[in-house]
Design a protein around this ligand. Structure first.
Ligand code: 13P
Length: 249
């Protein structure tokens, strides 16, 4: 059984005062039946870990360097994120792929670094609008999966997040058929590459304009094991109902 995961990516949002949102989330969901993860900006990881200490809420980073340490001004390593008390890290988010020209090979190296540090990597993939309109979605997904994932991984340390680039922050959401097609495809690819046991146990999240109002129908789609939520994860009043929807799915 795959434990469902409601994950929030705060992106470059959040100051110390935002930690009250975690307090509110904890109060609203004292014992969630699904896993709940928040990835705040790196400046807040330590304090978020402290805030979450008496609760199952997990904290993650949004990116890590592929190396453990060294002369890389401004970067943080997976070991540092782990040392700060986090348990997850996102790799390959489309905003990193675009803003920082991250290649699949870079993302694979970062994912490997996350695993070596003892973190669970949430590896993000997804097609652009142009790629979807050219009917290349599955080909793009296959290529990103093949090149962004290491050959060796475990179901416990790897989560896939399918985030169509055109659905991120736009309010546009694929149809449930489109989501199901991609998630089923990812599941098949994972089983082919890692064997049925591991491939069937890796969680696959959907991300892109998830809100309380569309969460129920998205969570009912086959092979959707949760969500990676951007804008609607910033406020507990928006994210809490998404957690509830996943609990009820
Ligand atoms: P939105 O939920 O704001 O569309 O962002 C999705 C996302 O990029 C999460 O990583």
């Amino acid at each position: 059984m795959r434990k469902k995961l409601a994950a929030g990516n705060w992106k470059m949002n959040g100051l110390s005062a935002s930690l009250t949102e975690l307090e509110t989330l904890k109060t609203a969901h004292p014992a969630p039946s699904v896993e709940v993860l928040i990835c705040p900006p790196s400046t807040l990881i330590t304090s978020a870990v402290v805030t979450a200490a008496d609760h199952p809420l997990q904290i993650g980073g949004q990116d890590c360097h592929a190396n453990e340490a060294g002369a890389h001004t401004g970067d943080i390593s997976a070991a540092m994120i782990k040392d700060a008390g986090a348990s997850y890290v996102l790799t390959g988010h489309s905003e990193r792929r675009t803003d920082h020209n991250e290649s699949d090979a870079t993302i694979r190296a970062k994912t490997r670094a996350a695993h070596e540090a003892g973190l669970t990597a949430v590896v993000c993939i997804g097609e652009t609008l142009e790629e979807r309109e050219a009917a290349n979605t599955l080909q793009i997904i296959a290529g990103q999966l093949a090149a962004s994932l290491p050959d060796i991984l475990a179901a416990e340390n790897t989560v896939i997040a399918y985030e169509p680039v055109w659905a991120i922050g736009t309010g546009k959401v694929p149809t449930t058929n489109q989501i199901g097609e991609v998630h089923d495809f990812i599941r098949t690819k994972l089983e082919q590459r890692y064997g049925e046991g591991v491939g069937r146990s890796i969680r696959i999240l959907y991300g892109g304009s998830v809100k309380a109002s569309n969460a129920d129908e998205i969570f009912a789609v086959s092979n959707v094991d949760g969500a990676l939520v951007g804008g609607a994860s910033l406020k507990a009043s928006d994210f809490g109902p998404i957690v509830t929807a996943l609990e009820n799915a």
